[in-house]
Design a protein. Structure first.
Length: 112
């Protein structure tokens, strides 16, 4: 919220509701959850584990399908005609530029 708009109490209800609706996840959004024990984390590192494809119906996640790995789940998540442009399943495999380049960013250790 900008400083010009004032406090949330001063914001008109119609504007508040429009902002809330804009932030909410759209029904029909899909995701793939790894079917491994433990908390959900680092799914991008474990691409060969089974996935549960789920879809948001506006109130809860509903199961859609089970896939053997990420490569099988990807076409179920990104459907034809959606806003997201489908890219390669494993973009690192065909990237012509190395993903980690030499540099002097503040997160890098100085060479000694």
């Amino acid at each position: 919220m900008d400083a010009e708009e004032g406090s949330p109490a001063e914001q008109p209800l119609a504007e508040w509701y429009a902002e809330r609706a804009r932030r909410r996840r759209a029904p029909g959004t899909r995701d793939a959850i790894t079917l491994t024990p433990g908390p959900r984390r680092a799914a991008h590192l474990f691409q060969d584990v089974p996935r549960l494809v789920v879809e948001w119906d506006g109130h809860a996640w509903q199961p859609v399908a089970v896939a053997e790995n990420y490569a099988e789940a990807y076409p179920l998540i990104v459907r034809p005609g959606s806003d997201a442009a489908p890219g390669p399943v494993f973009p690192q495999a065909d990237t012509p530029v190395p993903l980690l380049r030499k540099g002097t960013g503040r997160h890098r250790k100085p060479d000694r």
